[in-house]
Design a protein around this ligand. Structure first.
Ligand SMILES: C[S@@+](CC[C@H](N)C(=O)[O-])C[C@H]1O[C@@H](n2cnc3c(N)ncnc32)[C@H](O)[C@@H]1O
Length: 228
C-alpha cells in the first residue's frame, strides 16, 4: 500500500515514520509513505502558498495553483492512480467502515491543509474525498493524515503480527461491537483479581465470556449494540 502525503510541513512525519509498526511495515516493503512539500510547486520569488481571503476576514487561504499542480505532479509519480483524500473538518467523519473502504485502495494521496483551509476551487477541480477526524478544528491536516495511515495499515495483510487481532478489534467484525476487557499479569493487583474464567484454560467458556462482555460494554458505552 502506498501513501503520498502532500503537506506544507512534511517534517512533522519524520518521527512518526521511524517508529513501531509503521517502521517495520515500511522495512518489510508492505507500506510506502512518500512525503511531498506543497511549497516545491509554489512560484515566484517568495514561493507563496497562501494569500489573504477575497472578501476580507482573518487568516490566510491555501492557494489553488501550487496545490493543484502538486497533486497533479504527485499523481504522475507512480503508474498506479491514487485516490485523493482532502483532510478537512468539513468532510465525512472518519470511522472504521470508512477506514476499511480506504484500505481497499492500493494508493492514497493525503492532502493536508493549513491556515484557514483551501481555496474552494481546489475541491471543484480535484474532486477529492473529503475526510474529517472529528467535529473539532486542528491546526493542520497532518495529524489527521497520520491517523488515517495508522488505522489503514492495520488492515494491510502482513502488517500486524497476529492476523486475528485486527478482526477482533473494536468496531470490527460483523457486529462492530467494542472489544471485551483485557487483562495481563499480575493475577491480582490492589485486590483486583482477573476474572476466574480467563484463567480456566476452557476456550469455549472464555469465548462466551468475551462475547458477553463485549455486548455489555457496547450497550453501556454506546447505549445500543446496533447501528450506533
Ligand atoms: C485551521 S484548519 C481550517 C479550518 C477551516 N477554517 C474551517 O473552519 O473549516 C486548517 C487545516 O487543518 C486541517 N484540519 C483541521 N481540522 C480538521 C479535522 N477535524 N479533520 C481533518 N483535518 C482537519 C484541514 O486540512 C484544514 O484545512
Amino acid at each position: 500500500m502506498r501513501f503520498d502525503v502532500l503537506s506544507l510541513f512534511p517534517g512533522i512525519f519524520e518521527g512518526y515514520l521511524s517508529h513501531s509498526l509503521l517502521k517495520r511495515a515500511i522495512a518489510a516493503g508492505l507500506v510506502e509513505v512518500h512525503l511531498h512539500n506543497i511549497r516545491d510547486w509554489a512560484k515566484g520569488k517568495h514561493k507563496s502558498v497562501d494569500d489573504r481571503p477575497f472578501g476580507g476576514g482573518p487568516g490566510m487561504v491555501m492557494m489553488v495553483e501550487p496545490v493543484v499542480e502538486c497533486v497533479e505532479a504527485v499523481q504522475q509519480m507512480c503508474p498506479c492512480p491514487g485516490h485523493l483524500v482532502m483532510l478537512t473538518p468539513q468532510g465525512r467523519r472518519l470511522d472504521q467502515p470508512l477506514v476499511e473502504k480506504l484500505a481497499q485502495h492500493k494508493r492514497l494521496l493525503l492532502l493536508c491543509g493549513r491556515y484557514e483551509g483551501f481555496d474552494e476551487r481546489i475541491r471543484i477541480l480535484l474532486q477529492p474525498e473529503e475526510i474529517s477526524l472529528g467535529d473539532f478544528v486542528l491546526n493542520g491536516g497532518e495529524v489527521a493524515a497520520m491517523a488515517i495511515i495508522d488505522a489503514v495499515i492495520r488492515l494491510v495483510p502482513g502488517v500486524l503480527g497476529d492476523r486475528q487481532s485486527a478482526q477482533e478489534d473494536s468496531f470490527s467484525g460483523a457486529e462492530r461491537l467494542l472489544e471485551h476487557a483485557q487483562y495481563t499479569r499480575p493475577r491480582v493487583f490492589r485486590g483486583l483479581a482477573v476474572p476466574e474464567v480467563l484463567l480456566s484454560g476452557d476456550h469455549q467458556r472464555i469465548a462466551q465470556w468475551r462475547a458477553e462482555n463485549s455486548r455489555q460494554r457496547t450497550l453501556q458505552r454506546r447505549g445500543q449494540t446496533e447501528g450506533y
